[in-house]
Design a protein around this ligand. Structure first.
Ligand code: HEC
Length: 153
């Protein structure tokens, strides 16, 4: 959102898609120069309401499988889910270059894939719901180092 504010307000250009190539490449560049710095997102003040909304989404069960993010990434991290080793679902390594599709993947694209795996209709990349979820998930990683861009399968 900050990048787009600069693109529109200061460069006078059209906004970039939230998970489009340009945006994802720019976020990768910013992450690469922030490597090693601690993740440190605000969850109070003006961010608090959005953070609470994101938290609620994280713990809500979606889809035919009735699974919440927390059921996999909090209750079962380190376990195998079929061929995948479940992680805590942190986003400090984003954007991630995925071998699966041979390109950089934005946070919201990963969220979309995870929600779809529960056989639910997903929120759209860039939607207020995913923005709130992104803030909440980022806050769960407060104190971890920025590691993006990184490689995943
Ligand atoms: C059915 C289990 C399941 C659910 C529910 C699920 N995920 Fe995932 N998620 C996975 C698997 C499997 C992977 C790939 C292995 C890994 O990184 O944990 C993954 C990967 C991720 C990653 C990438 C982590 C990395 O370091 O590359 C993020 C971020 C993530 N999930 C967030 C979420 C969020 C947010 C939700 C809720 C909207 C969610 N997941 C729901 C199974 C799940």
């Amino acid at each position: 959102m900050q990048v787009n504010e600069c693109v529109t307000e200061r460069a006078g250009a059209e906004p970039w898609d939230y998970t489009g190539n340009r945006m994802t490449e720019m976020v990768a560049l910013i992450s690469s120069v922030s490597r090693g710095m601690p993740v440190d997102v605000a969850i109070d003040g003006p961010a608090q309401e959005t953070w609470e909304q994101g938290k609620e989404i994280y713990y809500t069960r979606y889809g035919q499988l009735e699974l919440a993010c927390a059921n996999c990434h909090e209750d079962n991290y380190d376990n195998m889910i079929r061929a995948d080793h479940l992680s805590q679902g942190q986003i400090n390594g984003f954007p991630t270059y995925r071998l699966k599709n041979g390109k950089l993947n934005a946070v919201h694209d990963r969220f979309k894939g995870c929600v779809r795996d529960t056989r639910a209709e997903t929120f759209a990349p860039g939607s207020p719901e995913f923005v709130a979820l992104e803030l909440y998930v980022a806050s769960r990683g407060n104190g971890l180092s920025v590691e993006g861009p990184s490689v995943r399968n």
